[in-house]
Design a protein around this ligand. Sequence first.
Ligand code: DGL
Length: 270
Amino acid sequence: MRRPIGVFDSGFGGLTVARALLDLMPGEDFVYIGDTGRYPYGSKPLDEVREYAVELATSLVDDFDAKAIVVACNTATAAGLEEIRRSLAVPIIDVVDPGASALVRATRSGQVGVIGTVGTISSGAYLRAVDEAAARHGVHAELASAACPGFVEFVERGQTTGDEVMVLAERLLAPMRDANIDTLLLGCTHYPFLARTIGEVMGPDVVLVSSADETAFAARQQLEELGLLEVSRARGSRRFLSSGDVENFRELGAMLFGAELQSAEPWAAR
Ligand code: DGL
């Protein structure tokens, strides 16, 4: 019996991770839930985000029979990863550890930065994850971090370029420019949609890293180790659900993700 991989985020951001997952494992079935009805997570208390994260992951397992969950949201990972792992018996793949690994492997100088939501940055999740990743890879890394409130809202409106985004990016990224870093991790899954603007502000000497590819590789490895990887060469099914305006999710989702996001269905918390 085929079982899908469940993926969730507060909204459209997790689609950057879903893209990498689908490209790497086209034969798998996927169910994606964007909690657009309750986004943004980044400015909410971590307790509240934890509750939502557990609810979404549980729904993916109970209602869709997901064989594994990818928490495609840094804030939900920072707030609820341990609780989700405690309450569900399927493998749970997060984005923070893979992102931290990608960051420490990419840096040459060891001076690195991470940007994310207020919730993610204030949780300290990346301080721990980068320390652990640096120790694992035997490198030295010094981390500067900054919260970027407002970025997610632009993406959720479908506004990924333009003067307004640029003005905000220049203001929010000023501490990162002063920190003399050579590598910057986009520690929010929405931010790759703003990569052009972020890259322009940071300049050509700073490499931008996202957790999407690394997370997809981590997911494939775990599924393979557990004997859960789909070996069929036929293309798998894709379902997209939203707790908010479904038509808006389909329209904006197709713009951000591509034609594969042809339809969207409603999702409601039980
Ligand atoms: N995409 C999410 C993340 O990676 C959070 C966005 C939000 O604030 O809802 O942190």
